[in-house]
Design a protein around this ligand. Structure first.
Ligand SMILES: [Fe+2]
Ligand SMILES: [Fe+2]
Length: 410
């Protein structure tokens, strides 16, 4: 990797704010640098086991061009997530433990004196043949952030060949750039999670897991929409990044609502519901004084995720700072925003949020059955939800359900 391309990589990765979007991008770029057919990225996470905190590798994303090509256009690979101990037994664990790059020309012929072995269960399930791998750490001098494993380097004719010493060298430089971008994104994520923690203290339903699922569903809906509308990859990357963060913050305005209302076990009275509705404008007011695309989307999502496609949602045309109606009826009440008046991100998050709420237990209800949830989502098309986006939601339902499963596995 020459100096100009390192600079380009650094500025491209530096623009991504969300750590999950960044990890996918880092994996993609690393594969491109070494012409690897497939690869996976692991994130170091601290988990509690038998009352003690332990560092583990969490298998986060997988990319595989060969398997991807066997799927219909626009569809995504379905896979599971799992933890790997940071120890010498597995290749990724060894790499994390020793912080050394492991370059193996043939996974089915690992030297007998190697401390690690190859787990071929993925190959068995998928029918894919893993041959060459290059596994390298994403780490600063003080701490490990993750591990990348690149799989099956290809030559110009598409034959699988071993990774070279030059690949090792170039990817070491790449890893340094990627690690710097990760550190910043991890900091951004921890700030966001702190904001969410504050609203979670108020509203126990608004958990880190709920907001993460909502954010993932929102990105999946957007991805399929962008695929259908031929959105350029640059624009797509930027939007999914800020959408993910905006979606996580959809209900952050609940910090301003009283516990008496938020923690009420039953249904709200009309007065309580009126107060509750204000979480939208309170949330929006946190982001409306800055002009970065991320703040703009966070504001749009917070303000409009309860607007209805038919104009009967809330809070409608209202200024989030002064609370003055911007468009109102004869009685001075703000008119609801409808159809394309509702920002795109708000329409997407509305679907993701309602779906997750219906599938989850709340103080006032048990989780609905899958059949009931899907029936309700379909029934709300054109009234509560944007009909085009609901069609997309149903098209990608297997991916949404897989995401749901991935969180249950964590
Ligand atoms: Fe909300
Ligand atoms: Fe929510």
């Amino acid at each position: 990797m020459d100096f100009p391309s390192i600079l380009r990589t650094s500025s491209e990765l530096g623009q991504i704010q969300d750590i999950d979007i960044l990890l996918e991008r880092i994996l993609f770029m690393a594969r491109k640098v070494a012409n690897a057919d497939a690869g996976s990225i692991y994130e170091k996470q601290t988990v509690t086991e038998d009352g003690a905190e332990v560092d583990k590798l969490f298998f986060k994303y997988v990319q595989n061009d060969t398997l991807q090509k066997s799927l219909p256009s626009g569809e995504k690979l379905v896979y599971s997530r799992f933890y790997v101990p940071i120890s010498k037994e597995s290749i990724s664990g060894y790499c994390a433990f020793t912080r050394q790059t492991v370059n193996l020309p043939d996974m089915y012929n690992i030297p007998e004196d190697a401390p690690y072995s190859f787990n071929s269960s993925f190959d068995k399930i998928s029918g894919y043949k893993t041959t060459s791998t290059l596994t390298f750490p994403l780490a600063t001098s003080e701490r490990l952030l993750g591990v990348i494993q690149l799989i099956n380097k290809k030559d110009a004719h598409g034959n699988v060949i071993p990774f070279s010493e030059e690949d090792e060298f170039v990817l070491t430089n790449f890893a340094a750039t990627a690690t710097a971008a990760m550190q910043r994104a991890i900091l951004t994520r921890s700030m966001i999670l702190r904001m969410i923690k504050m609203s979670e203290l108020r509203d126990p339903a608004e958990t880190g897991e709920h907001v993460n699922r909502v954010a993932d569903y929102a990105v999946e809906i957007y991805d399929r929409w962008a695929h259908k509308h031929d959105v350029q990859s640059d624009e797509r990357e930027k939007f999914r990044d800020i959408l993910r963060i905006g979606a996580m913050l959809h209900d952050v305005g609940k910090v301003a609502i009283s516990d008496m209302i938020l923690k009420k076990p039953g249904r709200f009275t009309p007065e309580e519901f009126h107060v509750m509705k204000h979480h939208t404008v309170y949330g929006a007011s946190l982001f409306c004084d800055t002009l970065s695309p991320m703040d703009k989307i966070a504001m749009d999502v917070a303000l409009t995720h309860h607007e209805n496609w038919d104009g009967k949602g809330y809070p409608g045309w209202i200024d989030p700072v002064s609370l003055a109606p911007l468009k109102h009826d004869d009685e001075g009440k703000p008119l609801g925003k409808k159809e394309n008046e509702i920002p795109f991100a708000g329409r997407i998050v509305a679907i993701a949020d309602v779906y997750d709420a219906l599938c989850s237990k709340r103080v006032y209800k048990e989780p609905w059955s899958e059949e009931q949830v899907l029936e309700e989502m379909r029934a709300l098309s054109g009234t509560r939800f944007d009909p085009e986006l609901i069609d997309i939601f149903f098209e990608i339902l297997p991916v949404i359900k897989n995401t749901q499963k991935l969180y249950a596995q964590q």
